[in-house]
Design a protein around this ligand. Structure first.
Ligand code: SAM
Length: 207
């Protein structure tokens, strides 16, 4: 068990929700991690875990994995998830986790809420949404699985749409408005910023 996980559980007297990664090249053993086999939802860059935990509470019959690279946010999420048996947290770079750690066809739905927009042109190459990223998402999704994406950044949203439209392995559909607020979603809504969202559904090749 990583030191962080142990000390967190000890200090706060909460069950640990952190995934202990045993290998950086083998797929995660999701049955072992969750102790049951039900559909999996994954929140990429889950921040403080508000959205992840609210959704997990609404859907106790599904497993929820939050992926986040910042330790403090992972710790905050883990505290929020203390009473939720269906939530686990993975401290990892999202794209790496999707590409190398999630088994093929293991995810029913991904959420990518307010990904860092990197607004300066010279930083655009740091944005997570690329054709490659969508390729890995497609491989990890179950048949008919989907990814829900929301952002307040209109330029980034346009680019995401462009990448999606040029990828025939996804169908662009209406985004589900009946979702809990994430922390950043709440902040942007309170500021009156328009939120742009879409849902991409996996299209499997006809065999
Ligand atoms: C703007 S915040 C949004 C947080 C949350 N989704 C929400 O809506 O409240 C972006 C989050 O994604 C995390 N993040 C950004 N890039 C990431 C990456 N490549 N892998 C994992 N986490 C990432 C950041 O640390 C941050 O917590």
């Amino acid at each position: 068990m990583p030191a962080d996980e142990g000390s967190l559980a000890h200090r706060r007297h909460v069950p640990s929700r952190l995934v202990a990664v045993e290998s950086l090249t083998d797929h995660l053993d999701l049955d072992k991690i969750f102790g049951r086999r039900v559909p999996l939802h994954v929140d990429l860059g889950c921040g403080d875990g508000s959205f992840l935990c609210a959704l997990a509470q609404r859907m106790p019959d599904k497993n929820f994995l939050g992926i986040e690279r910042l330790l403090n946010r992972v710790r905050t999420s883990a505290r929020k998830a203390a009473t939720l048996d269906n939530v686990r947290l993975l401290r990892m770079e999202s794209f790496y986790a999707v590409r190398y750690l999630l088994p093929a066809e293991s995810v029913e739905r991904f959420y990518l809420l307010f990904p860092d927009p990197w607004p300066k042109r010279r930083h655009h190459q740091r944005r997570i949404v690329t054709p490659d990223f969508f390729g890995s998402i497609h491989a990890a999704l179950e048949k008919n699985g989907s990814i829900y994406i929301a952002t307040d950044d209109v330029d980034y949203f346009g680019k995401i749409r462009e990448v999606a439209e040029s990828d025939p392995s996804f169908a662009i559909g209406d985004a589900d408005a009946d979702l809990p607020q994430s922390r950043f979603g709440l902040i942007f809504r309170q500021k009156g910023s328009p939120i742009h969202s879409l849902e991409l559904r996996k299209v499997s090749p006809v065999k």
